[in-house]
Design a protein around this ligand. Sequence first.
Ligand code: M6R
Length: 365
Amino acid sequence: DKGNHRHFMEKEIYEQPEVIAHALGHYVNFIENRVVPISDAIDFGKVPSLAISACGTAYLAGLIGKYWFERYARLPVEIDVASEFRYREIPLSPQSAALFISQSGETADTLASLRYCKEHGLKIGAVVNARESTIARESDAVFPILAGPEIGVASTKAFTCQLAVLAALAVGAGKARGTISGEEEQPLVKSLAEMPRIMGQVLNSIQPKIESLSRELSKCHDVLYLGRGTSFPLAMEGALKLKEISYIHAEGYAAGELKHGPIALIDENMPVIVIAPHDRFFDKTVSNMQEVAARGGRIILITDEKGAAASKLDTMHTIVLPAVDEIIAPMIFSLPLQLLAYHTAVFMGTDVDQPRNLAKSVTVE
Ligand code: M6R
């Protein structure tokens, strides 16, 4: 049931610290700060490349995973939405492995992409919530995300659990490939272990700010989300969450793409949500914010304490999160995006848990 919450989505947002801790417990040894070996079926130490495919929010989790596998394990990743992946006739090496990410484990396009990879001899891994699902059954290795039942159509806790599992797998792959040393592994895993506590702290502190901001967003027709690095897929996820439950038009863009088209949209009616942790991309993102500000755009900056101190820009709102290691930033920065979408939809009076035209599990093409 919904407990003390108005909607399942709200309940699932607030469950995240607990379910992420539970999921990580499966992949991480918290005492030694090491990832634990999970599967013999896929040898991440030997595969020459990785393919990833999924739909919707699960695809965006995979896109963030791509950044991690490439950075931490130096493993090239081919990724596409499953509805394209299945038909692209991608040349794939049978020595490679493929990961399919799905909350339900029943998504038709994801399953078809899985079967395409299987026919080409790749080892198949399933990052799924439903362990008894078709995608899990047809895979060589199952990486459960252990999020518990997700009822709200808008995926929240499944997304952050998918990310937590992909982060642990990427660190494990890096170790197996010798691109992460034992010394480098420990602080990364320590950050993952600290994540549930930090998530709890964020969820307990940002609600009032988010509610007043959501009231303003609920009056808008279009919202642009920008980010660089892993904050780029996160920008797309923030936009997807807002559009699917509030029906406000929203787009997520790589901040560096702004001047290649979307900047033409900027005016005083267009809120621009900038996701900018104080990471190696921060200065570049600030220069994109300056371009927005110069055109009268209304900036909502989601940053951390260091970013808030470093940015001198006049923003409409700034949401300040704790400064965290880069590997956990996507999970922490997901929280204000989920809450913004949720409260905006509540102000608009939409059916938050069961948005129009959408189903929780998409079992047809
Ligand atoms: O069950 P799956 O994870 O395979 O579902 C994939 C998408 O349909 C799903 O993530 C969808 O985009 C969500 N409604 C987004 O919140």
